[in-house]
Design a protein around this ligand. Structure first.
Ligand code: SF4
Length: 265
């Protein structure tokens, strides 16, 4: 899946080339990485760009096959789901939240508070916390449907558009639908047609999260972000090195995961 990264350069940044086999195509990229200490959290802009390139490739293939992606700006039908957020993305988002003007910060935090209250009233929060859904597929599916049917929009959804589009989670980037947006309003009808991605970069972040937290999941529901922030967690500090070293660690884990998934398939 992933080939070794190779680096060249001096000074504070170095140019690194790498290749990633994505379905029938190979993604080759050259990126500038810091030579000094870098954390996996600080590598997120590169992973987001990789995920966008994979998404573009998959969208082009779907279009060529006559089933173009129907997801559009202004359609937030899927933004009422339980969104898995890696711990590293949670760290980056909490840092970003702190940089917002106080008034905007307060508005965002209030929306998280309201979303959590509504999900608690719908009985969903207690079921997330009891953890039973993690070990049983039917319970997991039921919880995800009930979360959606509670109709609670993601706190970052504004006017049915993502207000954090450039830094939205990898999980959101990986959800690509070819069926009518109307069908997204009822996932329980099993009529939504999605495009399976050849590789899901989010899963590798979850794997790192499991190592760091010794936790079965390695991610948090996005709606828990402001609660998680209070823990003061800095998961990126546990996966650090020079920029090229951290990229290599990530690519190796991605490769190991992809092999596991191929064997399971
Ligand atoms: S982060 Fe953005 S894309 Fe993801 S669920 Fe929230 S509003 Fe939708």
């Amino acid at each position: 899946m992933a080939e070794e990264a190779s680096s060249a350069g001096a000074s504070d940044y170095t140019q690194t080339e790498f290749a990633l086999h994505v379905g029938k195509a190979t993604l080759r990229a050259t990126v500038q990485l810091p030579t000094g200490r870098t954390t996996l959290t600080e590598l997120l802009p590169i992973l987001r760009a990789m995920e966008n390139t994979i998404g573009d490739q998959v969208a082009a293939e779907a279009e060529a096959a006559g089933s173009p992606i129907s997801c559009r700006a202004g359609c937030g039908a899927c933004c009422r789901q339980l969104v898995p957020l890696s711990l590293f993305e949670a760290e980056a988002m909490t840092e970003w939240l702190k940089t917002l003007p106080e008034e905007r910060q307060a508005r965002v935090r209030q929306r998280f508070h309201e979303a959590l209250s509504a999900l608690r009233d719908a009985g969903v929060i207690d079921r997330i916390l009891d953890g039973k859904w993690m070990n049983d597929e039917a319970t997991n599916t039921r919880l995800n449907l009930d979360y959606f049917y509670a109709g609670v929009a993601c706190p970052f959804l504004e006017d049915e558009s993502c207000s954090i589009h450039p830094m939205r989670p990898l999980s959101c980037r990986e959800y690509l639908v070819t069926s009518s947006p109307e069908l997204c309003k009822d996932p329980g009808a099993n009529a939504i047609a999605g495009v399976p991605l050849p590789v899901r970069l989010s899963k590798t972040l979850f794997a790192f999260g499991r190592h760091v937290e010794q936790d079965q999941r390695g991610w948090i529901p996005l709606v828990f972000l402001t609660g998680w922030e209070k823990s003061g967690g800095k998961p990126g500090d546990h996966v650090a090195g020079s920029g090229p070293e951290v990229l290599q660690m990530y690519l190796r884990e991605l490769e190991a995961h992809s092999k596991d998934e191929d064997e399971e398939a």
